[in-house]
Design a protein around this ligand. Structure first.
Ligand SMILES: [Zn+2]
Length: 276
């Protein structure tokens, strides 16, 4: 059993100078490949159930799948709720065996975000579960624009909520299919200067790999969420598997062929987050 909380994998990352991937899962095929890749690389992995994953599969089922994979894994595995929007989302995740919950109050006014996140962090900690919050707003490619994290607000948020990890908005954008943006390192340094907790970058797919590597080793950023990049790898492998034989109809046979390409793509992602 290598199931761990978010704090258990991020505190060593903060001290030792590496980062842990928060990998966005959509189903059994990708979560299984992510754990195989983490085992091959000998590093921890955070399996994340976000809103679109939960829309497809109920949280109690996802909790069982994550825990089953963790039980058989040789590396630490975190069962993480990504973008919980209500205390109820977080409570169901905790009851379903998740070891970490993210409460996203980033669209709310500061005082409300702090108060609600603090209450959820308290509920999570009472159950032995970690909590991630978000300060500033990380926008969406082709959708809502971002609001950069203010360092003073971040310091207040970290102090008053008691979260184990803090997602910040520093030039990162969700759902990016290319890596042209890059993060605002001056803003990251300003946040680091006033906070001592592990920082999280959502929208990690849009961050150039060289910058991921440098920040994993040389900043308080301890978690990069990666979704789009690996969804694209899975989609390409699936399309190829389907097209290879038009007569084939058994989905397990088709999905099997996505495993190796996805493991390979995931290993490449994980390598950039390792320490020296
Ligand atoms: Zn996110």
């Amino acid at each position: 059993m290598t199931l761990q909380t978010l704090a258990e994998v991020l505190q060593p990352a903060l001290r030792q100078g590496h980062a842990v991937a928060g990998l966005v899962t959509l189903g059994w095929e990708d979560m299984r490949a992510y754990v195989a890749a983490a085992e091959a690389e000998g590093c921890p992995v955070i399996l994340q159930a976000g809103p679109s994953c939960r829309e497809h599969t109920p949280l109690p089922v996802l909790g069982k799948m994550f825990r089953h994979l963790a039980e058989g894994a040789s590396v630490p595995v975190v069962a993480h709720l990504d973008h919980g929007y209500t205390a109820e989302d977080c409570r169901i995740a905790i009851d379903s065996g998740f070891t970490s919950v993210m409460f996203d109050g980033s669209r709310k006014p500061l005082a409300e975000n702090i108060a609600e996140t603090a209450a959820i962090a308290e509920m999570a900690h009472a159950a032995g579960v970690s909590c991630e919050g978000e300060i500033g707003f990380v926008g969406y490619s082709g959708g809502e624009g971002s609001a950069g994290t203010d360092p003073e607000e971040a310091a207040q948020f970290a102090r008053e909520t008691g979260v184990d990890a803090m997602a910040i908005s520093v030039g990162n954008v969700h759902l990016q299919q290319d890596k042209q943006g890059g993060l605002d390192e001056a803003r990251i340094r300003a946040v680091e200067a006033v906070c001592q907790i592990p920082l999280v970058i959502h929208g990690g797919s849009g961050v150039p790999v060289a910058q991921r590597r440098a920040l994993a080793r040389g900043s308080a950023i301890c978690k990069f969420n990666i979704g789009t990049e690996l969804r694209m790898a899975f989609g390409a492998a699936l399309r190829e598997a389907v097209n290879r034989d038009p007569a084939r109809f058994d989905r397990v046979q088709i999905l099997k062929e996505t495993h190796e390409p996805l493991v390979a793509a995931t290993r490449t992602v994980l390598q950039a987050f390792k320490g020296e």
